[in-house]
Design a protein around this ligand. Structure first.
Ligand code: IPE
Ligand code: IPE
Ligand code: MG
Length: 267
C-alpha cells in the first residue's frame, strides 16, 4: 500500500476512503482530468466579499481536489489557472493572482514533494513576473522525479497559443529540411505541442456554469467527456469531484463508432 497522501493536512476519514474505493470498483477512472476552475469572483461577490477572496478560497479547492486525485490513483490532473485572455483583467486582480501563485507554490512545495506530486506548467510562462517564473521552475525541477500524480498548471495559457507553438516548431523543421510537409500528420502535430507529454484528457470539468471551453486544450479535447456544474470553484470539493467521476463512468465513449451490441441488423 502506498504512503497516505496529505496535502490538506487533514487525515482521510474512513467514509471518504470507502467512497473512493466504491468509485474504483464502479468502473474505470479517468486517466487525465482537466478542470476549468471558474467562478471564484462570483463566489466571493455572492457573500459580499472582494473577488480576490474567491481566489484565496479557490486554492483550498485545488488542495482538496489534488489530494483526492492522488489518493484515488488518477495519474494526471491539469488545472486551467490563468488564461492568455486573463491578462486583460484589471492590474490589481492580475497582481493579486500572481502573488497568490508565488505564495502557494512556496507554501505547498514541500507537501507536493512528500506526496509524490510532480508539478508541471504549460503556457507562455515568459509573460509571468520573474519571481513567479523562478518559484515555478524550482518546484518543477524539485518534483520532477515524483510519479504518483502529474499536476499541470496551465498558466498564461490558451489552446490557440499552444497550437501556434506547434505550427512554428514544425515550420522550423521544414525550413531546416528535417521534415517534409506531407509527413505532418496528427501524430507529428500532437508531438510538437508544448503539452505533448500529457495524454488527452478523458474528463473535462468546468465549474461556474458556463457552457464554453474558453480557449483551453482545444486540440486535446476532441473526444473528451465534458462535465459542467453550476457550483463555483471555491465550493467545488472532493464530493463534487466524485459526482463528476460518477457521471463520467456512466457515459458510453463511442469515438465515432457505434455501440458494439447495436448493429441494427447490419453486420
Ligand atoms: C476563475 O474565476 C479564476 C480565474 C480565471 C483566474 P473567475 O475569476 O473567472 O471568477 P468569475 O468567473 O468571474 O466568477
Ligand atoms: C477561464 O475562466 C479561465 C480560467 C479558469 C483560468 P474565465 O473566467 O477567464 O473565462 P470566461 O471569460 O468566462 O470565458
Ligand atoms: Mg470566470
Amino acid at each position: 500500500m502506498a504512503e497516505p497522501v496529505t496535502l490538506t493536512g487533514k487525515e482521510q476519514t474512513e467514509e471518504d476512503r470507502a467512497l473512493q474505493e466504491e468509485l474504483r470498483q464502479r468502473g474505470p477512472l479517468p486517466v487525465h482530468i482537466a478542470i476549468i476552475m471558474d467562478g471564484n469572483g462570483r463566489w466571493a461577490q455572492q457573500q459580499g466579499k472582494r473577488r480576490v477572496v474567491g481566489h484565496y478560497e479557490g486554492v483550498e479547492s485545488v488542495r482538496d481536489i489534488t489530494e483526492a486525485c492522488a489518493q484515488l490513483g488518477i495519474p494526471y490532473l491539469t488545472l486551467y489557472t490563468f488564461s492568455t485572455e486573463n491578462w486583460q483583467r484589471p492590474a490589481s486582480e492580475v497582481n493579486a493572482l500572481m502573488q497568490l501563485l508565488v505564495k502557494t507554490i512556496r507554501r505547498e512545495k514541500k507537501a507536493l514533494l512528500e506526496n509524490g506530486v510532480q508539478l508541471r506548467v504549460i503556457g507562455d510562462v515568459a509573460q509571468l513576473p520573474a519571481v513567479c517564473q523562478k518559484e515555478l521552475a524550482q518546484a518543477v525541477r524539485e518534483t520532477a522525479r515524483n510519479d504518483r500524480l502529474v499536476l499541470t498548471l496551465a498558466l498564461s495559457y490558451s489552446g490557440r497559443w499552444e497550437i501556434v507553438q506547434a505550427a512554428q516548431k514544425l515550420a522550423r523543421k521544414v525550413q531546416e529540411g528535417a521534415l517534409q510537409p506531407d509527413d505532418i500528420d496528427e501524430q507529428t502535430f500532437a508531438a510538437a505541442l508544448p503539452s505533448a507529454e500529457l495524454p488527452d484528457p478523458d474528463l473535462l470539468i468546468r465549474t461556474g456554469g458556463e457552457f464554453r471551453v474558453s480557449n483551453f486544450l482545444l486540440w486535446q479535447i476532441a473526444y473528451t467527456e465534458l462535465y459542467i456544474t453550476d457550483i463555483y470553484w471555491p465550493a467545488f470539493r472532493r464530493r463534487q469531484l466524485y459526482e463528476a467521476i460518477r457521471s463520467y463512468q456512466n457515459r458510453e465513449r463511442r469515438f465515432g463508432r457505434i455501440d458494439a451490441s447495436d448493429t441494427n441488423g447490419v453486420r
